[in-house]
Design a protein around this ligand. Sequence first.
Ligand SMILES: C[S@@+](CC[C@H](N)C(=O)[O-])C[C@H]1O[C@@H](n2cnc3c(N)ncnc32)[C@H](O)[C@@H]1O
Length: 424
Amino acid sequence: MLPKSDSKPTPLEQICTKLAESLKQGTFARLVLSAPVASGDIPQKILGRFIMLKGVPHLSLTLRHATRDVTKNLPLVEGAAWVREQLDRQFHSALLCTTARDWQFISNTAGEARLIDHQPSAKKAPPREHDQRHGGILDAAARDWLQGLDVLDVTGKVRVSMADKHRQINHYLEILSHLAKECGWIGTPRAEAGRQKAEDGEQKSAFDPAPLVLADMGCGKGYLTFGIWHLFHRVRKQPMRIIGVETRADLVATTNKLAQQIGAEGLEFVAGTIESTQLPRVDALIALHACNTATDDAIRRGIELGAKLIVVAPCCHKELRPQFGKPPPLAPVLHHGVMEERMAEWVTDGLRALFLEWAGYRTKVMEFVVGEHTPKNLMIAAVREREAFTDAAARKRIEELKAFFGVEKHALDPLLVAADVRRL
Ligand SMILES: C[S@@+](CC[C@H](N)C(=O)[O-])C[C@H]1O[C@@H](n2cnc3c(N)ncnc32)[C@H](O)[C@@H]1O
């Protein structure tokens, strides 16, 4: 057993604990650091507020210099650590206001410090400002389905456990709206005219552009399917239809029920497989984290269904690794399992991009949620620009890469077979 320590936390430790607790418990009202240890071009005061940035709680710190303000937004744990450092080195005084108590920390140049508490000056925590102002595409109108999917709680706040998901959906929709611009679905005079018409409540006419048709393959609980519907139907006010395809009938029943509850016109979910569900021609096909070769099936279906835009974010990769040769001079590196696994992912996704180029698409491979380095963080976005299966150089690139790594079989190989290509 460890010996009992009778050392009391210092006033600095105490105020830092109070700060961390109040941020965690939602009782935080405001923070002011004052009495800097030095003058000159350093902040003379720091004001702290609790804000939400893209659904994630942050401590927003305004560094008040003599002639300018600088703002720093830090996630809560990082923010609390940064404040501690400031109080340790740069400031003699802090006032922490919470809805439970106010706490005043005072120190002097001799290193003595004390903490005094007062009645709370704030009865309730101020609103988390950025929530409304910078909600991104997931604005207040998205509350019904985000609550239905348990991303928001009953008060409309992002659940702590769902903050990453909320950020992922928002970020994905931002990427998608840029891609939709590239495809001419947003921002063109025609798209804007259609949007204006819908906004003015004008009747549809025979001359209206056909609705945009999208498919979300392996849609699971439908986070993105609802998100994409929200982006085009509610935010862009564009005539559209989106179909979520999912093998699990229970999930399909739940998502269809929610779509019905919120009156989501143009949104539907069907039970079936990516490989074989009957679908109309689509403008865009997406698949987020469809397992193993289900991502390839989604790519193949997208090409087959005439999609102008295909966006996939692959999940696990199992097909290529067992086939991998170890070309010198990579052999000594691929001898390490983790390196071989990463190389297998790299080759699988690299080949997917090359297959899409062979099918007439311009491809981009990017990290999808900035700063999250997980194997599930890669996105392949492809916009169709050329005639499919005619560029011999594109085909050769696939064959050479496969040969280099000793890959005999890739799920997209049927695209290389003339008979299959003609069928597409
Ligand atoms: C990892 S989850 C991703 C769900 C969703 N796309 C998302 O990112 O929130 C994969 C989903 O795809 C479904 N799925 C896997 N293989 C499938 C297939 N061949 N056809 C249709 N759905 C499939 C699974 O049931 C699961 O719900």
